[in-house]
Ligand binder design. Structure first.
Ligand code: SF4
Length: 377
């Protein structure tokens, strides 16, 4: 493809002046919470009490923590449990099995999270940044640019809220317990590295320090920030790495995923295979199927050659077109042929289900429709 514009890595409005989000107990490990509680003149066990409410019982409103004396509750709530996320919109579709929330943060930035209920599990997709600076031209979030990184607690609070939704039993046909978290909402998780790693630690620490999820049930996506991928491999976490490849050749990937101008397909895949070797975890290769752009049979064959024999699984994503966009999903016969060729090359391949389409379920689309930026390209 030569007709697509080559975009810089950051577009749209300049980032706002960073405004530090309020500190919250989910920013701290249990020892940090205990130290802070002691500074406030309260007994250390209050840290555990608050943590049990938040991570164990999924209670986010201090007013409901009635076993705490009122005065202490007020003091502790002001320092450790400020409101981080204010719901702007919440929607359900797929007969109640998919729920999406659009949040306003303390400084007005918008982010979104999605819950997907399945027969055997509940998965939430959370945002790690408000906006995104990676400028993938087919993505609504990428068009608006990066607003700011989310704090650890702003990331974790999305999962805790949605875990509470699951626990309330309203998710049709799914178990009442959140089990899986994917970092595939707004933003490039590895561009907010330290806070994302802390958030994973909080999600996986046993209750009441954290939410008690299995590391193996956490997926971190990246467009291929090679140094951060290598750093992640050193963390001794057994989370799944999802690499958003979207093209097997540098010529097209330079355009579809502009960060490829810095780290080429071969470097990105090398880092992915090192991650797989180090963790023993199969890497998920994400590939948005875009009509007449990256869906040709020869690209399926090239991708097959790159991945054959590797610890990898391909997840094809039918593109969810945004209103006014010139990018469209591949026709089903083209998609089927792409799958056939990959499988013929011995590469495990599935097509992602298209949950949440009725509610602007693709990455960034809900926030974009709220601000009107979805039409702006
Ligand atoms: S596809 Fe992902 S990395 Fe690319 S601009 Fe959108 S949110 Fe950012």
């Amino acid at each position: 493809m030569t007709s697509l514009p080559v975009l810089p890595l950051s577009t749209g409005a300049p980032p706002r002046r960073p405004a530090r989000p309020p500190r919250h107990l989910a920013d701290l490990d249990l020892a940090g919470r205990q130290a802070l509680v002691a500074e406030l003149g309260e007994p250390a066990f209050r840290a555990k009490q608050l943590s049990t409410h938040y991570f164990g019982r999924l209670v986010r409103d201090p007013a409901q923590m009635t076993d705490l004396p009122a005065a202490a509750r007020e003091r502790l709530a002001a320092s450790l449990m400020p409101t981080l996320l204010t719901a702007v919109r919440e929607m359900a579709c797929d007969d109640g099995a998919t729920r999406k929330a659009l949040w306003r943060l303390h400084d007005g930035a918008l982010v979104e999270s999605v819950l997907m209920g399945y027969q055997d599990r509940v998965t939430v997709c959370i945002s790690s940044q408000a906006g995104c600076g990676m400028a993938c031209p087919f993505c609504a979030t990428g068009q608006a640019g990066l607003t700011r990184n989310l704090s650890t607690a702003e990331i974790v609070d999305q999962a805790v809220y949605l875990a509470g939704v699951a626990a309330s039993g309203v998710v049709t046909g799914a178990p009442p317990r959140l089990s899986h978290v994917v970092f595939m909402g707004m933003g490039e998780p590895l561009a907010n590295y330290a806070r994302v790693i802390e958030a994973i630690r909080r999600l996986c620490a046993p209750s009441p320090e954290g939410l008690g999820l299995s590391q193996r049930h956490i997926t971190v996506s990246t467009v291929g920030l090679v140094p951060a991928m290598r750093r992640l491999a050193e963390e001794e976490l057994s989370v799944t790495l999802a690499l958003s490849l979207h093209a097997p050749d540098d010529e097209l990937r330079d355009e579809l995923v502009p960060v490829n101008q810095r780290w080429k397909v071969s470097e990105v895949l090398d880092a992915a295979w090192d991650y797989a070797a180090r963790t023993g975890r199969r890497v998920s290769i994400e590939y948005a199927m875009i009509r007449d752009v990256n869906d040709q049979p020869w690209r399926a064959d090239l991708l097959g050659r790159l991945l054959a024999g590797r610890l990898a699984h391909v997840n094809l994503i039918p593109l969810n077109p945004t209103p006014g966009s010139r990018w469209d999903a591949s026709p089903k016969p083209v998609e089927r042929e792409f799958v056939r060729r990959l499988r013929a090359a011995g590469v495990s391949t599935t097509v992602r289900d298209t949950r949440g389409r009725e509610i602007d379920g693709a990455c960034g689309q809900l926030a974009a429709s709220e601000t009107g930026s979805a039409d702006g390209r």
